[in-house]
Design a protein around this ligand. Structure first.
Ligand code: NAD
Length: 288
């Protein structure tokens, strides 16, 4: 199955950490990318973030100035989904809530062509459930990037029970054409990475709760002793505790409250306090 043609337009919904990163990747690959968010200022912030990341690549000789300028020009902010009617691939990166994502996809079905692919960047929610209320559930597929999307190579291509295999193949080929390393996964709770990672975060939080070590010590141990590029606390701060806690809750519920995936109260407290990590300036660490 061929990748999406570069002349095909891509729509990214949600211009936060992930949506802006995904828009960056698709624009550098040559697509015109419509960028939409329910908050107009998020689109502005997202586009400014893309400009900054492209400038960084230019400073490191990884991209020419002309290529960076052209990629940024291909990121088109839109204020209504109707402005993206000719998009052939929509990738949503909005809040991690099944009902909100279902509502968005139902609206996209009325706006986009019947052949358009409806991809979700969900970290953990069931692709099968997300697609079920739609008229064309076969068009729905997971296209799960990792944070930061321009840098992290892995993309999980996740099929639900109704996903058309040709749709999954096209998304796999497209991720590859965008310089990523795609893998096929099934719509199981947390897919592959977030299923394996849940007990890792959970155990780190339990060790912290036992006051056995500080976040800085635990992070250093995992970096220096185990060769991880980041320790669990710096990684949770990067992901965002609002997002990470929602993923923990979703995997726990989807696994019939299996205690191995129990979300931790420490993370819930951080969410209550609005200490989401890097994006809010405070999480386990403070960011200037
Ligand atoms: P974020 O909070 O940084 O950004 C989400 C954006 O979506 C916000 O700008 C918000 O205004 C917008 N939004 C929310 N509801 C909307 C709606 N109904 N319509 C339009 N826009 C809406 O979140 P994020 O970290 O970018 O995560 C987004 C998605 O990606 C989630 O599903 C998350 O699970 C997934 N994800 C996150 C990470 C990560 O490390 N943060 C990694 C992989 C996948």
């Amino acid at each position: 199955m061929d990748a999406l043609k570069t002349s095909s337009r891509v729509l990214v919904i949600g211009a936060g950490a992930m949506g802006s990163g995904i828009a960056h990747v698709a624009a550098v690959a040559g697509h015109t990318v419509y960028l939409y968010d329910m908050q107009a200022e998020a689109v502005e912030r997202g586009r400014a973030g893309i400009a900054k990341d492209l400038a960084f690549l230019v400073s490191r000789d990884k991209l020419t100035q002309d290529a960076a300028d052209a990629a940024l020009a291909r990121v088109v902010p839109i204020s209504s989904l109707a402005d993206a009617a000719d998009a052939m691939l929509a990738i949503e990166a909005i809040v991690e809530r099944l009902d909100v994502k279902q509502t968005l996809f139902a609206e996209l079905e009325t706006v986009l062509s019947p052949e358009a692919i409806l991809a979700t960047n969900t970290s953990s929610l069931s692709i099968t459930a997300m697609a079920a209320p739609l008229a064309r559930p076969g068009q729905v597929v997971g296209m799960h990037f990792f944070n930061p999307a321009p840098r992290m190579k892995l993309v999980e291509v996740v099929s639900g029970l109704a996903t058309d295999p040709a749709v999954a193949q096209t998304v796999h080929a497209t991720a590859k054409a965008w310089g990523k390393v795609p893998v096929f996964a099934k719509s199981t709770p947390g897919f592959i990475v977030n299923r394996v990672a849940r007990p890792y975060y959970g155990e780190a939080l339990r060790v912290l709760a036992e006051q056995a070590a500080t976040p800085a010590t635990l992070d250093a141990v995992m970096r220096e002793g185990c060769g991880f590029p980041m320790g669990p606390f710096e990684l949770m701060d990067l992901i965002g505790h609002d997002v990470n806690h929602a993923v923990s809750q979703s995997v726990f519920a989807a696994c019939f409250n299996d205690s191995r995936y129990t979300p931790h109260l420490i993370q819930q407290e951080l969410v209550h306090a609005g200490r989401f990590g890097r994006k809010s300036g405070q999480g386990f660490y403070a960011y200037g």
